[in-house]
Design a protein around this ligand. Sequence first.
Ligand code: SF4
Ligand code: SF4
Length: 97
Amino acid sequence: MTYATILLQIGWKNMADVDDNPENIATCRQFCGPCPSFSFNGLNKLPPKMLFCARGASEKPKDQIKDKGCFCPGCDIFKKYDLSGGWFCIYAKEGRK
Ligand code: SF4
Ligand code: SF4
């Protein structure tokens, strides 16, 4: 039995990358949109603007983003893609550890 087979049998799975598509942008808008960290830090003014779990962290420097909480755990995409961590605008696709 290979190592990969063992991992599959114990439930390990390859995490899928979040698709950058209009449907996911619309969902993100419902969660990043009202997030207090998003509005307080003006994250919509700098690329990638939203969908940070797919596009990576904001171009706003990490040490200039004030953490006011994260709505990602309530987002349908977070559940659908089995994401973890959240705060993708700060910590990029890996999320907060
Ligand atoms: S998980 Fe967070 S960054 Fe990703 S779509 Fe949902 S609200 Fe946006
Ligand atoms: S990634 Fe999380 S913390 Fe950042 S704006 Fe979206 S919901 Fe808020």
